[in-house]
Every structure is written in structure tokens, then in C-alpha cells.
Design a protein around this ligand. Structure first.
Ligand code: GLU
Length: 292
């Protein structure tokens, strides 16, 4: 069993990312597995200087212990390029020089942005700089999520051909995550439910690249008092390691674990001991409304 936590260094760790770290860590530890940390620092324009180190120091201060070295996606472009070349050799991708405006003028809204209408699929002359898109089909992609249950998506209807490498040369998250989860032999992926809609795109790439599909579990999203998902965009407060016991206890409770009421008063090592003895992913509810 190999699990992972894959933060993007676009800001400090917040409660939502702590939930993903904690759930994946507890699951790995209770199964006697390995837990890896991968820094998803591909999107350099969105990166905040110092955030990667800050996230790692915060994890450490909370008492997380990862196995092996932290992997940085920014150092792994050759792997992403290999996967892209493999797809190209099998005629599964095409070049696209559509501007955002051209797409916005002709596309319909899907579940995650605009559904690319396939404009460049049969275009003879595509001008540089261009993006690379993978061709999708309309056979449903289905999987059973450990927390969310049976999930199904039709990529052609819901998403459209999606970008694997952007026109500015950046490899897309969907490609990098699939290549890395395979290269790192990740068997169990536990992360926030905001990525549930991305999972069929990732399973589809795994199928095209002949990679196995890991087991997926998407934990409920934490929201703030305004009902907004906690994220860097909604300015979720950074979690402070000086209050690690409080944050860890709240996170365990949010994840449905029947922790003792006074868990937050335990020393941090006892909280970890409790968590490693009692963690049960079956207790995690698919949705939570309670604000933090
Ligand atoms: N890097 C992504 C994020 O911070 C998570 C990717 C994943 O777990 O697949 O939202």
C-alpha cells in the first residue's frame, strides 16, 4: 500500500489540505503502508515563493513523517514528455492553437469549464504556440470511490478533449499527476472531493498509457462560514503548528472519527497514537456542511 499527499505550493497549508494529508497518512499508517509527499510545483506562475518549504516545515511540526525524499514535479518534465510522446505515437493527441476567446465563443459549459468543441482536431495547419489535447470518447468512465460511492462520467459530453501540455509549455496537472502516481507506484489516492471530477480524466489517461488504476477516496470539502470551499482562493486561514493538537483533533472529528471530546488537550504524540489506533476510513461521510 502506497499513499501520498500532493500539495501545490500556492500558499500555506490550510485546514482543507490538512484533511487530505491526515486522511492519506492515517490510511497508510493503519495499513502498514508507505506515505509519500510530492510537491506539485509545475505551475510556476501560480507558485508563492517559500510556500513549498513552509508546507513541509508545517507538516513536520504537526508530526507527519513521510517516507523517502520529497519529489518535485518541476524536476520531472522528461517523464511527462515521455508519456506525451507515447500518446502522440499512438495518435491520441493533437495540436490546438485556439485562443481562450475562440473557445469561449463556440463552446458550451460542462462540469469543469468549457467543453472544447474539437475545433483543431481535423485542422491541417496549427500555428505555434499550440497546446496538446488528448482525444476522448463517449464510453462512460466508471469507478467506485471508497467514500463517494459509484461515480460515472462521459468525457466527450462532460469535458471534451482536454489539454495535457499548455501552449506556454507547462505540462497540465492531469498528465503530471497520472505519470507521477504511476511512477511512484501509488496504490491508494485520498484527496479532496474538489478533484472528484478530475478522476475520470486521470483514469482515462491511465487506460491509454497502460497504467493500473489506483483506489480512490475523496474526502468531503471543508467550507467556511460563507459556505465557500476552503482554498487559497477563498483565503482560508493558514493553520498554525503551535496549535497542532487543536487542528488535528478538529480534522479527525471533521473526518467522522469518534475521537474523545477532550482530544485537543492531549499532547500531540498521544493524538497520533489515538489516530493510528482508531482511524477508520469507513467513518468518513461523503459530505459535510459544518463550517470550520
Ligand atoms: N496538487 C493538488 C492540490 O493541491 C492535489 C493533487 C492530487 O491530490 O491529485 O490541490
Amino acid at each position: 500500500m502506497i499513499g501520498r499527499f500532493a500539495p501545490s505550493p500556492t500558499g500555506p497549508l490550510h485546514f482543507g489540505s490538512l484533511l487530505a494529508a491526515l486522511a492519506s497518512y492515517c490510511e497508510a499508517k493503519t495499513q502498514g503502508g508507505t506515505w509519500l509527499v510530492r510537491m506539485e510545483d509545475l505551475d510556476k506562475p501560480r507558485e508563492i515563493t517559500g510556500a513549498a518549504d513552509h508546507i513541509l516545515r508545517t507538516l513536520e511540526a504537526f508530526g507527519f513523517e513521510w517516507d523517502g525524499e520529497v519529489v518535485y514535479q518541476s524536476e520531472r518534465s522528461a517523464l511527462y514528455q515521455d508519456a506525451l510522446s507515447q500518446l502522440k505515437a499512438n495518435s491520441l493527441i493533437y495540436d490546438c492553437d485556439c485562443s481562450r476567446k475562440e473557445i469561449a465563443d463556440s463552446a458550451q459549459h460542462g462540469i469543469d469549464g468549457l467543453i472544447y468543441p474539437g475545433t483543431c482536431k481535423y485542422k491541417a495547419n496549427v500555428k505555434a504556440p499550440y497546446a496538446s489535447r488528448v482525444m476522448v470518447h463517449s464510453n462512460p468512465i466508471a469507478f467506485i470511490d471508497v467514500i463517494q460511492g459509484a461515480i460515472q462520467q462521459n468525457l466527450a459530453q462532460d469535458i471534451g478533449d482536454y489539454v495535457l501540455k499548455r501552449a506556454d509549455g507547462l505540462y497540465a496537472y492531469q498528465l503530471a499527476v497520472v505519470v507521477d502516481d504511476f511512477e511512484q507506484r501509488i496504490s491508494h489516492i485520498i484527496r479532496g472531493a474538489d478533484l472528484l471530477d478530475s478522476t475520470p480524466r486521470q483514469i482515462y489517461l491511465q487506460q491509454l498509457l497502460n497504467y493500473p488504476t489506483p483506489q480512490y477516496a475523496h474526502i468531503p470539502l471543508a467550507s467556511n462560514a460563507r459556505g465557500e470551499k476552503l482554498s487559497k482562493q477563498t483565503l482560508a486561514p493558514a493553520i498554525d503548528a503551535s496549535q497542532a493538537s487543536m487542528w488535528l483533533s478538529q480534522a479527525l472529528k471533521f473526518l467522522g472519527q469518534q475521537a474523545p471530546k477532550d482530544l485537543e488537550e492531549y499532547p500531540i504524540s498521544n493524538i497520533w497514537q489515538w489516530a493510528k489506533q482508531h482511524w477508520d476510513i469507513q467513518k468518513v461521510a461523503p459530505h459535510r456542511n459544518h463550517p470550520v
